[in-house]
Design a protein around this ligand. Structure first.
Ligand code: 9YT
Length: 126
């Protein structure tokens, strides 16, 4: 069994900071369970273009308000606490945080730990 706290992870190299967000990576590929689990804070009044072409991601909103736009059809969905979205088709999207948002995120395959978005808004695969 693995037991960790958000605070311990925050004070370690499992905290990764990007321009629009920061991510506390509580579970990573080195932990060997096949997925990674992160608590991500999206900074307020930000717009982030994302395309996880190499990963599936599910995102459960814990706190804050925003919206997601799927770029294939231009549809916009509000994201509020209690909403989950699952990128089951590697969907290209824009995530807009109207306030600070806190999201619980699961990635398959698991991230290694220090990934930040490349020019496509994706993470590399090994
Ligand atoms: C919701 C989202 O994808 N935010 C970007 C950061 C990502 N969740 C991560 O690496 O934790």
């Amino acid at each position: 069994m693995i037991i960790r706290t958000l605070e311990d992870a925050r004070q370690s190299d499992r905290r990764v900071v990007a321009e629009n967000w920061e991510s506390i990576r509580l579970l990573l590929s080195e932990d060997g369970v096949g997925f990674s689990f992160h608590i991500t804070t999206m900074y307020p009044n930000t717009e982030t273009r994302i395309w996880y072409k190499n990963h599936f991601e599910s995102v459960f909103c814990i706190e804050g308000e925003g919206e997601i736009e799927t770029l294939s059809d231009g549809k916009i969905h509000p994201i509020r606490p209690g909403t989950i979205y699952i990128l089951d088709k590697h969907d290209r999207h824009v995530l807009r945080a109207q306030t600070q948002m806190r999201n619980a995120c699961v990635f398959v395959p698991a991230l290694h730990g220090n990934e930040t978005h490349d020019a496509d808004g994706s993470y590399p695969l090994d």
